[in-house]
Design a protein around this ligand. Sequence first.
Ligand SMILES: [Zn+2]
Length: 337
Amino acid sequence: MPNDESLQGKNSEQIASPLYIFQSRDEYINQLTVTQINSSSEEKNYDDCIHIFIDKKKGDRPNYAFSRLSSWNQTVIRSKINRDAIQFVDRFWWLQTAWQERLKKGSLREQFVVGVNGDELDIYNFGKVLSDKEKTLFQSIIGRVASYDPTVFQNGLWIGLHDDEMGNSKEDEPITVAVSYTKKSFLEINQAGIRDGAVDIARLHEGIGDFPVLQLVLPHELGHFVAVLGKDLSQSPLFRFKDPWIAATGWEIENGKWVLKKSKAPSTYALDAPDEDHADSLVYYLYRPNLLDDVRHKYFTARDAKLDPPQVTMERKVGNRIKLPVAPSAKLAYRLM
Ligand SMILES: [Zn+2]
């Protein structure tokens, strides 16, 4: 079939297929094992399945119900399962559309396998190749956060770097340069967060001083992981209201909005919500502790592992040495009504 590619091929720059191997979203979905369960008694054998599709009326797990229509056939069932499987695979960043496109285009330049006390963190760079200065900065910031809370690296985190603009931020806020996805163990940073001179985001961090933006952005994002993966807090949303951070700093919900009732947030950005306050306060604690109020200073001092800066190693891999993660295999089971 003639397609755009064959028409453009001669005039446009040829894109060589990337040397690294990656699993596409379709490949992943196709290899998911799908089993039909015939009776409710069989369900207990499928406890390790990701989704069990059962009768909404009778089942005690009402998430997925398939009403059997006369027109149903294996194709219809498969397409419904695929729809759910896509939601499932969206838990993995490299299977998401934007990253998949970047991988296909071959724009993954380099991987850094960062060793932190025997734990690993991967940096996948889809942007400009990092300079030695930038690599050193990554290493020292990761080491600084690890000296506060090494547990945050135990689950294996990923950092994705790229050149693209990031999603909208509120009008009165600076451009978004980094986002953390704590449920996916992944954070992304764009070029403005890495290069010197991107002063815009420092606008809401009065008094933070004159240091590279990465030193504000990276520990801030890692601070979100400290809050959900580290030794600090529980992931449960219910638990968060009892969270010692909220109690210590005096955040309360008023008319559906978070309001800081006592204590002093270190930055304007921190006034957004307790999570942002925690993430920003950690940055100040690590790099400008004298600018924190007593409450925050005590909170972090009490939880500081106070380790000597750990040995952080950074191994660069390019081309076919790049190792991309592979999604864990999963089973899907369904039962028709
Ligand atoms: Zn944040």
